[in-house]
Write a protein that binds this ligand. Structure first.
Ligand SMILES: [Zn+2]
Length: 109
């Protein structure tokens, strides 16, 4: 017999409105960058490779070379990655999708 839905505790409890606002901002940035090939930091022209990093238990977008730790400064772009450090660290344009976890799929069961 399944438990009623309303009896389940929330997965994340956020009481502080400042933290709640920040979490909402981070989620939005992550969604904005989910389909991007790369990102620039602020108004810079160097295109960095996107990756996902953990911040306070939340998966947030980041750049492979760690040029910034602030995901709110990232802007999605469709141009190819030009950052040499990012290119050296990651396989750009491959199967890595920012904001998404790659799940192992069994084929032929
Ligand atoms: Zn970079």
């Amino acid at each position: 017999m399944p438990l009623p839905v309303h009896s389940q505790p929330p997965l994340v409890t956020v009481d502080d409105p400042v933290v709640e606002h920040l979490v909402a901002q981070l989620r939005r940035v992550r969604e904005d960058l989910a389909d991007a090939h790369g990102a620039v930091i602020g108004d810079a022209r160097v295109v960095h490779a996107l990756t996902t990093q953990m911040w306070a238990g939340l998966p947030v977008p980041g750049v492979a070379c760690h040029a910034t730790a602030d995901p709110l400064r990232l802007r999605a772009v469709s141009e190819p990655v030009t950052c040499r450090r990012c290119r050296a660290r990651s396989h750009t344009g491959s199967d890595r999708i920012p904001g998404q976890t790659i799940l192992a799929v069994e084929v032929g069961r």
